[in-house]
Structure formats: C-alpha cells, structure tokens
Design a binder for this molecule. Structure first.
Ligand SMILES: *Cc1c(COP(=O)(O)O)cnc(C)c1O
Length: 367
C-alpha cells in the first residue's frame, strides 16, 4: 500500500455519529450553532487564548483577520516570508496590500528578525510571519520591532496548533494568529480555521466579516463575505480534540524514530528542538546537503516515489519564485531559495508505523 506524506486523523464512525445526532433533531446545521460554540470554548481552553473565532478554513480566517485589524483599509506594505504555503501571501495580496519578502533563518526556517528592519519603509503597516512546521518564530524580537515601528503583527500559525512557548499558547503572540484546521493539519475539522486574538475590539468586526457584514437585524455595516464554520465540521473538531494527546504521542514516537535513523547522518540536517517550545510534531522536514550527502533532495524524492512513498517538496518553490508573484520587487532571499530547493517533508501522521518509518529511512539512506 502506498504511503502518502500525511493521513488525516479521524474519530470512529460511531463517535462522529454520536456527536452529530443532535443536529438531526434540531436541524441547526450552521450559523454558529451549539456545536460551534462548544468547539469554540474547547479551543479557547486548549490553546490557552482569550478570544477565538472559527472559520470555514484557515485561508479565509487569515484573509479576514488582516481585514479586521484595519490593514485592508490602510493599504501599504506587509513584511512576510517567502518560505510558506501560498495562502499566506494570497491573504495579504487579496486585501490590496503588497507583500515584501524577508529572508528566513537557516536553522528553523522562520522569518529572520535581523533582516526585517531594513525592509521597513513609511508604507509598512504589518508583519505576517509564519511558524513554519510548528517552529516558533522569534516572537520576542518580532514584537520589539513591531513596537518600535508601530506595526501590526499577525502570525500564520497554521502549523502551530497546540504549540506553547514557556507555557504560553502560541496564539497569544502578536495581535492575532491564524490556525488552519484543515484535514492535513495536526488537528482538523475537515476544512476549518480559527483566529485567536486578545484585544476584544476585533471580535465584532471579525464576526461580521465572516457573516456578510450583518450587524443585528436592521443593518449591514461592512462588506463581509461568508466564512462560517458549520456544525458538522465543528462536530469533527470535538471528536478529534478528544484524541489530541494520543495523536501527539504517536506522532512523537514517529518523530523520535526518524531522529534516531537520520539525526546523525552526514549531509542530512534535521531541525533542533527549540528551547522552551513544546512541539506538536506536525511535520518531519529533512534538509539534504548535496555536497556531503551525495544525493539531492530530488533524487531522494524520486526514489521514494518509485517505492510508492510520497514525500512532499514543502515548501517549493519559494513564493517569490512563483509566476503570480514574479513582478513583486524586493530583496534577495537566498536562504529561502536554498531551503526550498533542498528540503523534503517525510511522511508524518499518527497511524504511521515505526516499521514504515524504518522502511522510509532505509530508502532515504540508499539501503
Ligand atoms: C494550510 C495552510 C494555510 C491555509 O489553511 P487552510 O485551512 O488550508 O485554508 C495557510 N498557511 C499555511 C502555512 C498553511 O500550511
């Protein structure tokens, strides 16, 4: 049987049916119903954040967060990373803002705060960093830069569900954070997303944006869209959240086996555990230094494929090398380019067996 890079976590059918049963009595299928509200509260608790709203997916959550925090209205430039999923950049551009690409750090692949300040102009309004693979951005340094220059910070925390830093939930950093609850992520609601924030003044605007701009029964205040999470998805979230500890524990075992097999191989670089950061084991990225390892990332990718194992070149190409962003001017980002050319995320999901991890590693190592 082929092995894909990920396999979605799911509850048993019986467990899910039990959770959606009340919908068949109430016929309350969407529009922030009781299951939505239950999941919302559970996630506020789980993520240790003060405010959180649920969305139809992570992309719309981020796009609407950027709007709700006043950036669309302001216009201007947003400093962001080219080493991410294209959704991050699209969320900026679709709000009429211009992305300015800042290079990343070679060790954890997050935006490099040392190069942010040189990119700030009088047009800069925000920074949108990404906690890539669940690695925490340099939140303290980014926070200090934002404060000095009066900038909004919105984190793309799509990969960082459940991650904490010195015991603080990752969703507390910056002005807002977006979590993706997509089927391929560590925690899923099939499709889904969330925005966490601490300033209550954003609540109403965010809520209105995802519900057509409707304000009470008598008026529509803003030009909103529709990005509400429905009850069936919320129910999937309730089920999957129950199993989170078990899910993380199983991913951790996979992660540790990969570390054992690949951690000390010349020419293979794995990420170090960041100090004070709790991992969620969302991805297992491996960097191949072709000079030392011999084979390239693409060689390994093809060899795995021949064996019916599908790793992912994630993220490749870097965003500033995509056709849709070809005419965005900006600084060179050589590290993002290098990482995108040489990184491979290996299969990682809770049901992956250690035997399969061994088989994958044997192929990677040419055994
Ligand atoms: C998955 C992902 C998104 C988009 O989330 P969806 O829930 O799929 O819309 C945005 N940014 C990053 C980094 C992602 O990995």
């Amino acid at each position: 049987m082929s092995i894909l890079v990920t396999r979605s976590s799911m509850p048993t059918l019986e467990e899910y049916l039990e959770e959606i049963k009340p919908i068949f009595e109430s016929h309350h299928m969407t529009n922030m119903g009781p299951i939505y509200k239950k999941l919302q509260q559970k996630l506020i608790d789980y993520l240790c954040v003060s405010e959180l709203l649920l969305f139809v997916n992570g992309h719309m959550a981020l796009e609407m967060a950027i709007d709700a925090l006043g950036l669309k209205e302001k216009g201007g430039e947003v400093i962001t990373t080219p080493f991410t999923f294209v959704s991050t950049t699209h969320s900026i551009t679709r709000n009429g803002l211009t992305p300015v690409f800042c290079d990343i750090k070679p060790d954890d692949y997050t935006i490099n705060p040392e190069t942010i300040e040189a990119l700030i102009t009088e047009k800069t309004v925000a920074i949108v960093p990404v906690h890539v693979y669940g690695s925490l951005c340099d939140v303290e340094e980014i926070g200090a830069i934002a404060k000095r220059h009066n900038l909004i910070v919105i984190y793309d925390a799509a990969h960082a569900f459940g991650v904490t830093y010195k015991g603080v939930g990752v969703g507390n950093f910056g002005d807002a954070s977006m979590f993706s609850l997509h089927a391929t992520k560590v925690f899923n609601t099939i499709e889904g997303g969330a925005v966490a924030f601490h300033d209550g003044k954003y609540r109403e605007k965010l809520h209105e944006l995802k519900n057509f701009g409707i304000h009470g029964e008598d008026d529509v205040l803003g030009i909103g869209g529709n990005a509400k999470m429905d009850e069936f998805r919320a129910a999937m979230g309730i089920c999957n959240l129950r199993r989170m500890d078990e899910c993380i524990a199983r991913r951790k075992a996979v992660h540790e086996r990969y570390n054992e097999r690949l951690g000390n191989v010349p020419g293979i670089r794995i990420r170090k555990q960041q100090e004070g950061v709790s991992a969620n084991y969302s991805y297992y990225p491996v960097y191949f230094d072709r000079e030392i390892f011999g084979n390239t990332r693409d060689d390994v990718y093809e060899e795995l494929k021949l064996n019916d194992i599908f790793a992912r070149k994630y993220f490749y190409p870097a965003i500033n090398e995509l056709s849709c962003y070809a005419d965005i001017q900006g600084a060179e980002t050589p590290i993002a380019h290098d990482i995108s050319m040489n990184i491979l995320t290996l299969p990682m999901y809770e049901e992956l067996t250690l035997e399969d991890v061994d088989r994958i590693c044997d192929i990677v190592l040419g055994k």
